[in-house]
Structure formats: C-alpha cells, structure tokens
Ligand binder design. Sequence first.
Ligand SMILES: Nc1ncnc2c1ncn2[C@@H]1O[C@H](COP(=O)(O)OP(=O)(O)OP(=O)(O)O)[C@@H](O)[C@H]1O
Ligand SMILES: [Mg+2]
Length: 285
Amino acid sequence: MFRLMNVTRRFGGHAAVNAVNIDIPQGQMVGVIGRSGAGKSTLLRMINRLVEPTEGSIRFGDVEVSALRGAALRNWQRDCAMIFQQFNLVPRLDVLTNVLLGRLNHRSTALSILNMFTREERIMAIAALERLGIEQTALQMAGTLSGGQQQRVAIARALMQQPKMILADEPIASLDPLNAKVVMDALRDINEREGITVITNLHTLDTARNYCERIIGMSAGKVVFDGAPRELDADAVRSIYGAGADGSEIDETMTSTSIRRPSGPLVQDNIKESASVKPLALAGI
Ligand SMILES: Nc1ncnc2c1ncn2[C@@H]1O[C@H](COP(=O)(O)OP(=O)(O)OP(=O)(O)O)[C@@H](O)[C@H]1O
Ligand SMILES: [Mg+2]
C-alpha cells in the first residue's frame, strides 16, 4: 500500500498541495485531474522526491519515502518511473540507448556504464521497444521521432527501470488524438499485465473516465473528489473545475482535447524524413 498522509507543499506562503490524504493499493490506475495550477504536478513530483513536501508523510509499505537519502533515494526513484509531457529523451542519442538509460539506476556506480550494457539488457530494451510497436526506430536518433513515438520510447525506458509505479505528468498533452490513444493504451496494458500502479495527471476528463479505475480531482491544492469514474457526476465536476464565469454549468468538452477519431484524414505516425541513423556506440551494438 502506498499512502500519502497530510502531505503539504508550500511555495512561499502559497500551498500548492494542501493536506492531501490518499491511499493507493498496488496495481491501481489512477487519474489526477484539475484546473491548471491545482497542484497535480507538484503532487506527482513529491511522490518521486523531485519536490520535497513541506509537511506530511509519504509511505510505501513500511518505508517513509520522505526520509530516504543516498542510494535508498535513488532506488525509490528507480521504483517510481516518471513520464513527462515533453518526453525528456536525449534527442541526439539513438532510441535504443535512450531506452537502456532506464537501467542506469540498477547499477551500483555511474562508472559501470563504461562496461557498456549487458547483452541481457540490450535484449530487454529491444523487447520493450517491440512491445510498444517501435522496434523499427531502435537505431534512429530519438529527436527525429514523432511525438507519439518519443512518448513510447519514454515508456519503454520506464519499463527498463522495472518500476513498481509509473508517474505520468500529462503524458498525452502534446499528442494528437491517435497517438494519445496509443500511449494511454500502452499505459493501461502495463498496468493490467504487470500490475504496476499508474498515477497519471490528465487535463482531459474523458480520458480519465475511459482509462482510470479511480479519479482524484484537485482544486487549489486540495483533493475535492476521490472515487470511481461513475461517481464523477456534475456536482463533482463542478467542485473540481468550478462553475463557468457566469455561473453556468461546465461543459465536459471544455476540459477535453479528447481521444476521439478525428473527422479529417487519419494522421500517420510518421518518421521525419531527415532521420539519420547513428551508431549504437553507448549501447555497445
Ligand atoms: N517551483 C515552484 N515555485 C513556486 N511556485 C510553484 C512552483 N511549482 C509550482 N508552483 C505553484 O504551485 C501551484 C501548483 O502548480 P502545479 O504545477 O502543481 O499545478 P498543475 O495542477 O500541475 O497545473 P498544470 O495543469 O498547469 O500543469 C501553482 O500555483 C504554481 O504556480
Ligand atoms: Mg502540471
């Protein structure tokens, strides 16, 4: 069980996250929704310890995450892989090497990368790329891939960490609807098949409804809704997003860039023509 107790983060006098209590059993797929500035990213970043809580306790089983230091902290950060809106790949390295970088935290010292990656790790990386349907891009520079492909590389890299939890901060916010679907399907598949907990910030209500078994709604740093998608009625939506400026009902489509079939021609998951192939020096292939 993963547990946040009374977790608060202040920036100056402002509480970005305010006294949050959440219990998450292993293997849940959780969507976090809320307006811009509600505290969604700060919440995820505290879990991963990219941001320190000002108050409160974050516990995984018997371990107090907020007290971890040194190697124990690095192990925790390996256990909860992060996925970002902007992918955070190394654009000038090939895809396979980017994926292999997910193994770095499994090594005792940074020096061990001088030994190159093992054959097993390279096989594991190819398998991760195959699983995400992008093995054909393995030798390409990561920066030359389409956004949807880059996010799949980031997910493959996260898998290489063999995490207990994946924390995804708006993983589809920069993607077109088709790629958004591919990425969300991949996260769901990983959640269902490996039992890895997925906590994902989403700015589209319908994506949260479609993919998450549990939705946490935040407003001004507080959790104002925590329940199943079917419990997210109009009142709950209003408590999360507030009423319209004129007091009118919030139209759900306003919160949505949606995963729908586009009405125009289907967007191809294209590889840019200028793609260049770089030797897999770091990967040792
Ligand atoms: N490093 C920081 N320094 C100062 N204030 C910060 C910092 N990080 C976040 N905040 C503030 O904390 C609040 C919550 O920010 P956060 O990024 O967590 O919101 P969010 O829900 O992820 O929003 P968005 O949907 O725009 O990504 C905001 O008011 C933001 O300005
Ligand atoms: Mg954010």
